[in-house]
Design a protein around this ligand. Sequence first.
Ligand code: FAD
Length: 473
Amino acid sequence: MAPITRAEHRFRIIVVGAGVAGLTASHCLQKLGIDHVVLEKQAKVAPPLGASISMWPHGLRILNQLGCLQDIKTSAVPLNRFLCRDPDGRLIHDNTLYTHVQENHGIGFFPLERQRFLQILYDGLPDKSPIRTGQAVGDVKQFSDRVEVRLSTGEIEVGDMVLGCDGVHSLVRGVMWDYATKTSPGLIQAKEKASLKTSWKTLIFITPGIPALGERDLTVTYNDGFTFLVTSQPDAVYFFVIFRREKPLTWPKREYHTEADVEKLAAQVIDKPVTDQLMFGEVWKRRTRASVVSLEEYVLEHWHHGRIVLAGAPEHGAGGNSAIEGIASLMNHIHRVLPLEQKQTRTRLDISSMRNHKPSGTALNMAFAAYQSERQHRMRELMDLSTMVAKMHTYATPLHRFMANWMMPLLDDRKFADRVGAYIAAAPKLDFLPDVSFTSGRLPWKSSTDGREEEEEVLLDDILEGKSVAVSG
Ligand SMILES: Cc1cc2nc3c(=O)[nH]c(=O)nc-3n(C[C@H](O)[C@H](O)[C@H](O)COP(=O)(O)OP(=O)(O)OC[C@H]3O[C@@H](n4cnc5c(N)ncnc54)[C@H](O)[C@@H]3O)c2cc1C
């Protein structure tokens, strides 16, 4: 297919990856009336991979704006008890966190099977035609006025920007780095690339409901070097055995897992108690499917360059939730730089009626920079917290063991929930859609626009001083 020139196409975004971030992006772009395509390498949008993804109140607030909340509520029940156990399976802390979360935000935590969750996102799309499965992206080329995305079939998709939602082992990220190295030498340092670490390896599986694990509980059983993390629902149990690596892998090293690894990891813990009544072996034999996943965890310094911007969330504890929140933030900033004509036409669902209403390259760059600045801080906060929690649960040092066994049970659960609540309440929602926040909670939601004017002035100054990389067009 011959490349289309800029004048011939309207503002168009090429999204790579139809996981949590990519599907959420399509929802938002459809609401904004922005032409786009989502390219997914898998043959199916919601493959039977992984176990569960937990939706937090702030992710649910965004999904409510996108019309997906009802399906989530009918597919899962909110968590009730949070039970922490020692290596013998003895209960050491019955944490009332989830009761307080419900009181604080008017809604709780919903753990959904990952496959079901992706299916809900897909089924809820008003128009499914932008989602193209079986389309692996092989390369991205940037020009002053467009991007060209080459598929493994040789076909080329042309647009104004690329949104990389292609997961932890992102091809788009690599292309962005190569491009930055050519056009802005020295911008991406080896230190940034080496910050991509794989510190954990997780055995993930699903079983039918197991009464001893409750119907809506989270059980964490601490151990030396690994931890059991179990989420129960009335008809299913989502099981994660998280192993701490002695030495983290540093990018570009990565590990590929086989069926033999699944069995080998299970054998290592087969004789360990999950609770004071249940051994791991008893749960393992009930699995319906199992896999091993090694996720890189990082917070990059640079989330965009030229016409490429990265999204998604490489984070264990709240990865899916953070991916949704990140897309909301990016879409808010893109919406703010859309030309007025496009904002006016978006209320008409006929996106073919929009012609050539494009934000300039500099405007896009401003939106990307604002998004990066808003997200980086929150992602660092979350990454620090989740690393600390994972280290406590796997007794990484005597201090982490002491914190898990003695300090956490003595903490005031309400104060802990309020601390988590401050993070939840500060999350963005979609500013261009009606506010459908849950209002019955005791903690107020912070508006996404709080403090934005000041932040934008600083960003504008950065761009004018050349601290951000502007693109022409
Ligand atoms: C196999 C697997 C199982 C997981 N299981 C769990 C789990 O049980 N619980 C949990 O909380 N988190 C799990 N995660 C992590 C969690 O899904 C992510 O952290 C979170 O969903 C972030 O979403 P994302 O959209 O950034 O990435 P992902 O959900 O990983 O989506 C990335 C998508 O991009 C596609 N893609 C990649 N490269 C290309 C390419 N070159 N061209 C086109 N498409 C491409 C992938 O096929 C995938 O669909 C799992 C991740 C994986 C990969």
